[in-house]
Design a protein around this ligand. Structure first.
Ligand SMILES: [Zn+2]
Length: 281
């Protein structure tokens, strides 16, 4: 028996079919729309998080990636620091041409100690300064790298101390002192008496310190033009690296190490066409 089918029924079926097709198109368009929205949000979040990524010493924000993370920095420049200093390749400068004069006073005050998450830093009040190539630079702060950043003849010492001096024109002279392990150092005992200190904490000190007791006996030094060893890696630094390491105890190195990120040193940078000078004193 044939089903009963009149004209109005046929029109009704056509109408339903048409509506279903329309709905199918609308649902497909809606799904595509939602997918585009999700993809856009994901892309935005990815870009946003890349911008907010802060440099560190490990993983995907380690020194090898600083140039990508810090877009406006000099981190992929040609005059970067640190470097490996090869003594036989250095240029010996005669004593008469030595233009470094250190003016440190035993009465300069340490203002505070801060753990900035990258290093332990002691901030100094105005007092210690140096004159280099006819410009005056004031000591601003000292901080530590464990192990050392500069290597000398391929040797990486357990510790490097940076004494950061700034000029009014935002150029820097950084003196670097490397340390090897041996007997205890009195000045390290004093500095470390303010540790431990948590990340982002600052402790006021306001005590005088004679920083000349930090220097090695032999004041011979290497010098070259380089950069800050942390972002923005600005290439406005005259480096002075003392040739002779000072001596600190294993415990003193360990105490600093515990308060800083693991291996807070930047990898070796190419020397390119720069010359490292050697000043014997
Ligand atoms: Zn440093």
């Amino acid at each position: 028996m044939l089903p009963f089918f009149n004209k109005s029924h046929f029109n009704f079926v056509l109408f339903i079919n048409h509506k279903l097709r329309l709905m199918k198109v609308l649902v497909t368009r809606f799904i595509v729309f939602i997918l585009i929205i999700i993809a856009s949000i994901h892309l935005y979040q990815e870009e946003h998080s890349l911008k907010n990524k802060h440099w560190t010493y490990e993983g995907e924000t380690a020194p090898e990636h600083w140039a990508e993370i810090e877009k406006d920095s000099d981190c992929n420049g040609r005059n970067q620091s640190p470097i490996n200093i090869v003594e036989i390749n250095t240029q010996l400068v005669e004593k008469a041409k030595d233009d470094l004069n250190i003016h440190y006073s035993p009465f300069t005050f340490i203002n505070s100690v801060v753990n900035n998450g990258h290093s332990i830093q002691f901030n100094f009040e105005r007092g210690d300064s140096l004159q280099y190539k006819n410009k005056v630079y004031h000591l601003a702060q000292i901080h530590f790298h464990e192990p050392a950043e500069h290597t000398i003849n391929g040797i990486r010492y357990p510790l490097e101390i940076h004494l950061v001096h700034a000029n009014e024109d935002n150029s820097y002279t950084v003196m670097a002192i490397v340390a090897k392990e041996g007997i205890e150092s009195d000045i390290f005992e004093f500095l470390e008496s303010f540790l431990p200190i948590e990340v982002n904490d600052e402790k006021t000190i306001h005590e005088p310190l004679d920083l000349t007791t930090l220097f090695p006996k032999d004041k011979s030094y290497f010098s070259y033009k380089g950069s800050l060893t942390t972002p923005p890696c600005s290439e406005s630094v005259d480096w002075i690296i003392f040739k002779e390491p000072i001596i600190v105890s294993v415990e003193e190195v360990l105490k600093l190490k515990k308060n800083m990120p693991k291996d807070n040193y930047r990898n070796e940078q190419p020397l390119n066409d720069r010359i490292v000078e050697l000043h014997l004193r």
